[in-house]
Design a protein around this ligand. Structure first.
Ligand SMILES: *Cc1c(COP(=O)(O)O)cnc(C)c1O
Length: 459
């Protein structure tokens, strides 16, 4: 008789990873390098250090070191909320009547309500070590801003958070939470920066975008002494920090001899997906497994499924280095009726390369279908999921139903990245049937593509 698999596959504190796993070290073909937007040469540490903290810059540019030690000061912080639960979704399997086994890695047990704290802790720790006194950042749905506010409170740093205006209006409680942790929250675009004033002059009624909030945060960091900018997704060092998700999941599954056939994650900038799949993708690249990996993005912001693989800026004001990624163009702004996060125009360069090379699949889901899945899940499994996470839930349920048709007993693992307590107005819209879907048409997308940089690399 096989060992009975518990509902929660617990790990001990000693099993929290002591290293971050750098998937790029094991990739046969590396992601394309970041480019300096002026010289169009690969960006160097000296190019990045005026904006970002030093150690994360080193990690960003390192595509050869496989295991990077997690400093003690970060390991200590992780112990406050890790290991994160890995749950066997017995109730969901039964409700769906599927022969599939479904597991989810739940990152919503900390107050930020998401996986974002894994990288926020690391970035705040390094900033403090470097002797900085403050940080700036942007936040879309608010989880990253909350995570950074928590980490800055713990490590003793000041923080300014530029929050996408439409989200700050949809989620006033996020503002209160972030301010309670001691950070300063400014809805973006704002009058506090040149880039914000410029965007407002063009379109006074804009709801803002992540790209525009990033521009404001970078501008303020450059103009402030002993201050740097931190980013919660998209960059490779953020994916590196998030590798604790996949490593913990793998250790727990290995204990029971479970090998996932399908791993699913929602994809905004790619950090949770990149972190969840990292060690499993390492095995696949090494020929040791044949796992399928699926990224799920909103149909309203479809960078993988309808974007271009091109060099693009990370922000609207075109101040960041250029990254080769699947992108809708830095000027793309998703429709305001889109509720959750996942509204970034581009996708991490490592995941973009894996997608290009066929290691990773992608699909999109419309908002109302995602909320259908979310509400089903919360009734069956008990957890109120973040709208972002619910993209992965939707795909996991679809795959499980496919198994029901074919009779295959596949093992499905998905990332339940966070909770939806601050998204209740979106749930209310869903309940009232006032929630709508907007899928950008080709003309909307063409406007975004027109903002891609006109450089030889993009010809
Ligand atoms: C930020 C966030 C995401 C999406 O960001 P990625 O960098 O793509 O992981 C997904 N789920 C939750 C709960 C988030 O807070």
């Amino acid at each position: 008789m096989a060992q009975k698999i518990p509902t929660r596959l617990y790990l001990s504190e000693d099993e929290i990873p002591k290293y971050w796993y750098n998937l790029r070290a094991d990739m046969k073909e590396k992601p394309e390098p970041m480019l300096h937007p002026g010289t169009l040469q690969p960006a160097t540490a000296a190019d990045l250090e005026p904006v970002f903290c030093k150690e994360p810059v080193k990690q960003e540019l390192d595509d050869t070191t496989q295991l990077i030690p997690i400093p003690d000061g970060i390991q200590e912080f992780y112990k406050a909320y890790r290991p994160a639960p890995l749950v066997r979704a017995y109730f969901l399997e039964k409700a769906l009547g599927t022969p599939a086994e479904i597991y989810y890695k739940f990152e919503g047990t900390n107050t930020s309500g998401s996986h974002k704290l894994n990288s926020a802790a690391a970035q705040a720790f390094y900033a403090k070590e470097e002797g900085l006194t403050s940080l700036t950042t942007e936040t879309g749905a608010g989880q990253w801003g909350t995570a950074m506010a928590m980490a800055c409170a713990y490590y003793g740093l000041d923080l300014i958070v530029y929050m996408v205006k439409v989200s700050s209006e949809q989620k006033p409680n996020r503002k209160i939470l972030i301010e309670t942790y001691g950070a300063n929250l400014i809805p973006s675009p704002s009058n506090t920066t040149e880039s914000g004033r410029k965007i407002l002059a063009n379109d006074p009624n804009t709801g803002g975008s992540l790209g525009c909030a990033i521009s404001e945060a970078i501008e303020t960091s450059i103009k402030t002494d002993k201050c740097r900018y931190v980013l919660g997704s998209v960059l490779n060092h953020v994916l590196l920090h998030q590798s604790v998700i996949g490593q913990e999941a793998k250790v727990a599954l290995d204990k029971y001899g479970i090998k996932p056939d399908i791993i699913i994650g929602c994809a905004g900038g790619g950090s949770n997906l990149g972190g969840l799949i990292a060690p499993f993708m390492g095995d696949k690249i090494a020929g040791k497994s044949n796992t399928r990996f699926i990224a799920v993005e909103p149909a309203s912001c479809p960078s993988f499924t309808r974007g271009r693989f091109a060099y693009d800026f990370g922000d609207t004001a075109k101040t960041t280095p250029l990254m080769k990624m699947y992108t809708l163009g830095n000027g793309f702004i998703p429709s305001a009726n889109h509720a959750g996060g996942l509204r970034y125009h581009g996708m991490n360069s490592t995941l973009s390369k894996l997608y290009k090379d066929g290691y990773l699949e992608a699909r999109s889901a419309i908002q109302t279908d995602v909320f259908d899945a979310a509400v089903k899940f919360m009734k069956i499994e008990g957890i109120l999921p973040a709208p972002e996470s619910s993209h992965a839930i939707k795909a996991a349920m679809d795959e499980a139903m496919e198994c029901k048709k074919t009779g295959e007993k596949k093992v499905i693992l998905f990332g339940l990245t966070g909770t939806g307590y601050f998204d209740l107005s979106a749930y209310q819209a869903y309940n009232n049937k006032t929630m709508t879907d907007y899928i950008p048409n080709d003309e909307d997308l063409a406007k975004g593509f027109a903002t891609l940089p006109d450089i030889p690399q993009n010809k």
